[in-house]
Design a protein around this ligand. Structure first.
Ligand code: HEC
Ligand code: CU
Length: 475
């Protein structure tokens, strides 16, 4: 490295631009300095300079031979080395930057074709929080930016002072360290100032936090229950009281995921039955879970609340806009954690009333009379649907199960002539919940799915379980 640098300098000196006449006084001053000669010779027309391989400088003036080797002129060669390194670095940086540029350009181009922002849901290349739809979310944004700005200002101020001081007082320019230790003024200042700043940030943050937790005086109370892997919504109080349904991932989404071919802006966010709420009304969401911990999160509303089995937690929101808003289970809850999205549909007051009416009618029509006596074929047909919706994810469509999930095809429990055995498994679960309890299904649904399993695949028991038998077993 140094050898080659020297060679370059030698060529430069020999190039004629310099021989016999130092065109650049600065350079000569350098050499002169290195040789210990006076700077005056700088503009003498007939000085000649040369540098040996070892970095020694020779100087020849009028009437003088080559002077004995002076001190090494590393300053020149080092300067040259530095310039070369800097050039190298900047060239490498430029090529890296252009490569990064090309790469992101490609990514943006492909992404732009594939998906668009989902209003109320995630945006393409989203950096900021979701656009707020509630006062709370708005305040969270404000807090976030306020604190980020304060932190940035402090960061820049502290590091500027630090770097400036280090640079300005470095040893190589001859600075001697000060010898004082302890300064009461400074110590009081740097304790009091951060304390004040923290208090200033904590005050508004606490205000928002308290507002977030104030779930009183709700217009509507909905219980959200986390299941592996879906949400159950029960309207407990307010308009729509008594409505209750399960919200699962839309089956087309599951198919796309299985095929590895995502499509659409609401990929894995589309559900069969969204949570429907009225606009401008305070909605209290009570969260709990049936199996493991889940979490109910809707970013646009600024809410995120754990749903814990055996516990009840709550949160609230008042949506200020109608529309569709999306969230997801936000607590790792098993292998299909990514498949239990939350879709909240905010309707105007009239639309909401209409929706409630319609749902009430539907539920009444669907409400199965548990005392109805079914024919085997009808019940099994109904059971096939229940099975596909609830059981096939684990036991497979062919009833063979997988790994620790026992097969139902040929299972002793399913074939047993004591029908109550399987009824008990479905109502209570088995093996500490490895097989979950299905008591949230209706008597008819449970009776139907049992009848289906008892008369499908190689199971040909001819047995039928009537809803009344399930109802009786519940007690
Ligand atoms: C989350 C996965 C999962 C789902 C969903 C599920 N099961 Fe199971 N099921 C299991 C596991 C695991 C077992 C085995 C438990 C054990 O080790 O004893 C099991 C066992 C059973 C058994 C007992 C089998 C035997 O031979 O002991 C029956 C009956 C059964 N399930 C029926 C159903 C029905 C009907 C549904 C739908 C309503 C269903 N399961 C949904 C996981 C599941
Ligand atoms: Cu979950």
């Amino acid at each position: 490295m140094i050898a080659s640098a020297l060679r370059k300098i030698k060529t430069f000196l020999k190039s004629g631009k310099i021989r016999g006449y130092f065109v650049r006084p600065v350079r000569l001053a350098h050499l002169g300095l290195a040789l210990g000669t006076s700077g005056k010779s700088a503009d003498h027309p007939v000085w000649q300079g040369r540098i040996t391989k070892k970095g020694h400088a020779y100087l020849r003036g009028p009437g003088l031979g080559w002077q004995q080797p002076g001190p090494k002129v590393w300053d020149l060669t080092e300067t040259w080395k530095f310039v070369r390194t800097m050039k190298n670095i900047s060239r490498k940086l430029a090529s890296l930057l252009s490569r990064v540029g090309i790469f992101t350009g490609m990514m943006l181009a492909t992404a732009a074709h594939a998906v668009n922002d989902l209003p109320g849901g995630p945006a393409v290349n989203q950096l900021n929080f979701a656009p707020p739809v509630t006062k709370i979310a708005e305040q969270q944004h404000w807090l976030h930016w306020m604190m980020l700005i304060i932190c940035t200002v402090i960061f820049v101020a502290v590091f500027s002072v630090m770097f400036y001081s280090i640079w300005k007082h470095r040893k190589s320019v001859g600075h001697k360290p000060a010898t004082f230790s302890e300064s009461v003024t400074v110590e009081i200042l740097w304790t009091a100032a951060p304390f004040l700043i923290v208090i200033l940030m904590a005050l508004p943050a606490t205000k928002v936090l308290v507002a977030q937790k104030d779930t009183t005086n709700a217009d509507l109370t909905v219980k959200a229950t986390g299941y592996q892997w879906k949400w159950g919504y029960d309207y407990l109080k307010g308009e729509g009281e008594g409505l209750s349904y399960i919200s699962t991932l839309d089956s087309t989404q599951r198919a796309m995921s299985d095929a590895g071919k995502p499509e659409g802006d609401n990929y894995l966010l589309k559900v069969d039955n969204p949570l429907v709420v009225p606009v401008g009304k305070k909605v209290r969401v009570i969260t709990t879970a049936n199996d493991v911990i889940h979490a109910f999160m809707v970013p646009a509303f600024g809410i995120k609340q754990d749903a814990i089995p055996g516990f009840v937690r709550d949160t609230w929101f008042r949506a200020e806009k109608t529309g569709d808003f999306y969230g997801q289970c936000a607590e790792l809850c098993g292998k299909e954690h990514a498949y239990m999205p939350i879709h909240v549909k905010v309707l105007s007051a009239e639309d909401y009333s209409k929706w409630v009416e319609g749902e009430k009618k539907k539920q009444a029509a669907k409400a199965d009379d548990p005392s109805k006596v079914w024919a085997l074929d009808d019940l099994a047909k109904r059971g096939e649907k229940v099975y596909a919706a609830n059981c096939a994810a684990c036991h497979q469509a062919n009833g063979k199960g997988a790994g620790p999930i026992k097969p139902l095809d040929g299972s002793a429990v399913v074939l047993d002539s004591d029908k109550l055995k399987q009824v008990a498994v479905l109502l209570n679960g088995q093996n500490n919940g490895a097989m979950p309890s299905w008591k949230q299904l209706s008597d008819t649904e449970i009776a139907a799915v049992i009848t289906f399993t008892k008369n499908n695949w190689s199971n040909k028991t001819g047995q039928i379980v009537q809803p009344a038998e399930v109802l009786a077993a519940r007690k």
